[in-house]
Design a protein. Structure first.
Ligand code: GLU
Length: 477
């Protein structure tokens, strides 16, 4: 087989959709699995959709996800430039060729006429597509009108008979009736190519062997195949990825949760967890393994194991995965990421490392550091309703009082001393188990759940523990 070359070809229109990240990832995994090339091409020919900073966002997201490309912006090769807006001369030379061969034609129809045409077609329940009004204008006349400066676009002259077949690795053979394929605009009146034209020319020139992209592009593929035929170029292999769905199986939408990769970065997800999660949106290895390292993904990924059915974006699963990834980090790597987050959250403390380790197992994302570390950064407790109930239980009072008194025997509270202390309290009060531990936890942390108590006590130190016990005694009145 000739070299595997795939591309991720986003249109920078603002944020990076999680679906785009999946497309990028599947291309990346396929390239790495096959020792091929992964190319990044920026499809920025739609000037009306230009958004400042969108390309930077994209590059950042790829960098964050650790998906390095072999050719693309900043990694030029003979196939560049990789911004379509810098390739206009190339598209012009190719469009000339098919106009000369009468496979494409200038269309002078005004917006008004096209609007009316569409309205009439809709009213008559007909497919909405160009009616071919300019398809047969004699070449000389068309040339004259162009020289006069008449506003026009260039459309492809789609054959009106027969069928166009798309062979898709995931979907099998899909057929399209040519009479229903539109005379797609290839060059717009501003001289810029449309997605369809630039995409086909570039995939050919960049020697793309496999086009792996979202299912929404499948119908367009029929037009692309006709274009390949016009030029006599070899058609790449196609793999159209299943839709991403909300849990109610509607198309994944902003209304039901975050869809921008930037949101997940900002919320403190680990790239490794996100990649693992995204990889399973439409692909599985054939068993029920859920946690994969990137090496395993590269090793096991094949297009044949991608599903046809839509993939549900289940945020709880992502959260679970992220917490698993955090738990499995070694403490040094964990601390270096967590410290960055503390800085971002503007939290500082001399016991930083101990605090971070104490809450490690409780984090779903790094953003949780704020909530999970508050008990360490406040002087007095702020009781939840459940905590209040435990504090107010009749036998809790004696627990607090005895604990406070017994603490007087120790100059400081270490892990061992705390253990001893609780044994002393149990002996004196005869309160044990939950009835002993819960009021203490409630009084010290204000909550019923939290990091392990001995760790909390160790970080709090004797003074703070004393103060908090006094607070609880006072609260009971
Ligand atoms: N520019 C298209 C997009 O933004 C690329 C589609 C394709 O991969 O052909 O999704």
């Amino acid at each position: 087989m000739s070299e595997i070359r795939v591309r991720f070809a986003p249109s920078p229109t603002g944020y990076v959709h999680v679906g785009s990240l999946r497309t990028a990832l599947y291309n990346y995994l396929f390239a790495r699995h096959n020792h091929g090339k992964f190319i990044l091409r920026i499809e920025d020919t739609d000037q009306t959709r230009y958004v400042e900073g969108a390309v930077e966002n994209l590059l950042n997201a790829l960098k964050w996800a650790n998906m390095d490309y072999d050719e693309g912006p900043g990694k030029d090769s003979d196939d560049g430039p990789f911004y379509q807006s810098q390739r206009l001369d190339i598209y012009n030379s190719y469009i000339k060729k098919i106009i000369d061969e009468q496979k494409a034609y200038p269309c002078f129809c005004s917006e008004d006429r096209l609007k009316k045409m569409r309205e009439e077609q809709t009213a008559a329940n007909m497919p909405v597509m160009y009616d071919g009004f300019c398809r047969n204008i004699p070449v000389n006349e068309a040339r004259k009108r162009i020289e006069q400066g008449d506003k026009h676009v260039i459309r492809m002259k789609t054959p009106k008979n027969g069928i166009t077949k798309v062979n898709d690795i995931i979907r099998g053979e899909v057929e399209f009736r040519n009479e229903l394929i539109d005379d797609q605009v290839l060059i717009k009146s501003d001289g810029f190519p449309t997605y369809h034209f630039a995409n086909v020319v570039d995939d050919h020139l960049m020697k793309i062997s496999h086009v792996i992209r979202g299912e929404e592009w499948l119908p367009s593929t029929s037009k692309h195949i006709i274009l390949y035929d016009f030029f006599g170029w070899q058609i790449p292999q196609y793999a159209h990825l299943p839709l991403l769905l909300n849990p109610d199986r509607s198309k994944l939408s902003k209304r039901q949760g975050d869809v921008a990769v930037e949101d997940y970065i900002e919320k403190g997800y680990l790239p490794e967890a996100m990649i693992n999660f995204i990889a399973l949106l439409g692909w599985n290895r054939g068993d029920d393994q859920e946690l994969f390292t990137i090496e395993e993904l590269i090793n096991d990924f094949t297009l044949e194991r991608i599903n046809k059915a839509g993939a549900v974006f289940n945020i709880e699963k992502l959260q679970w995965m992220n917490s698993q990834y955090i738990k499995s980090m070694d403490n040094d790597s964990y601390l270096s990421v967590a410290r960055e987050w503390l800085k971002k959250l503007e939290i500082q403390d001399e016991n930083e490392a101990d605090i971070l380790i104490a809450v490690k197992d409780r984090l779903t994302t790094f953003k949780d550091l704020r909530k999970e570390t508050t008990i360490f950064f406040r002087e007095m407790a702020d009781y939840s309703n459940e905590a209040k109930e435990w504090i107010l239980k009749s036998e809790s009072k004696v627990v607090f009082k005895v604990m406070l008194k017994e603490m007087g025997h120790y100059s400081q509270l270490t892990l061992e001393i705390f253990k001893q202390l609780m044994q002393d309290v149990q002996k004196t009060t005869q309160v044990k188990g939950k009835n002993l531990w819960m009021p203490v936890r409630a009084a010290l942390t204000g909550e019923l759940a939290g990091p392990e108590l001995p760790m909390v006590i160790d970080i709090f130190g004797k003074n703070k523990v004393e103060k908090l016990l006094k607070q609880a005694i006072e609260y009971r009145g």
